[in-house]
Design a protein around this ligand. Sequence first.
Ligand code: GDP
Length: 175
Amino acid sequence: MDDIEHDVKILILGSGGVGKSSIIRRYCLNQYIPVYKKTIGVQYNEADIHVQMDGSNYQIKLLLYDAAGQEDFNNVSEQYFRDAQAAILVFSTIDRGSFDSLRRWKRLLDKSCPNIPKVLVQNKVDLIQNSCIKPEEVESLSMEWNMKLYRVSVKDDFNLKNVFQYLSEVFLAGK
Ligand code: GDP
């Protein structure tokens, strides 16, 4: 059977340094750069994913957008949100402030894109020993927002693919 093709624009939101650009680089290019260099951050890339659902084959092109350089809440352009079909809210295991900022990112996202599938991502779980964020706090936020939580490590390539698999399936289910 022929594949059914879709393009899906996915936003990646969260504070600076949480690993948004690294998520795109890892998922689309299977590369990881350990040194933080804002100037070589990836702001956009694409990856194809194949999903089987209800007996049909779907070929989905994921268009991943990082709000790089727009990390001031009041400054993210409308263009960034336009036509978005899914979103990832990211925070870092070792950055308490990035967790506390999630509510503001969520508010911004809900205002511009109220009805798209969203997922919560805790990145850098390879550094969980150094975390000052309690697992229960994260779980409780995920429950409050009714958003699925993925704990990932871009560095170790742990659990990241599942995030995109899940978002693709939720997107298709809503078609
Ligand atoms: P952005 O500002 O949100 O785009 O963050 P970057 O993708 O530029 O990542 C910031 C820093 O965190 C970089 O030095 C990355 O190498 C590092 N980083 C990203 N993901 C991970 C991870 O899973 N584990 C660890 N230990 N470091 C990570």
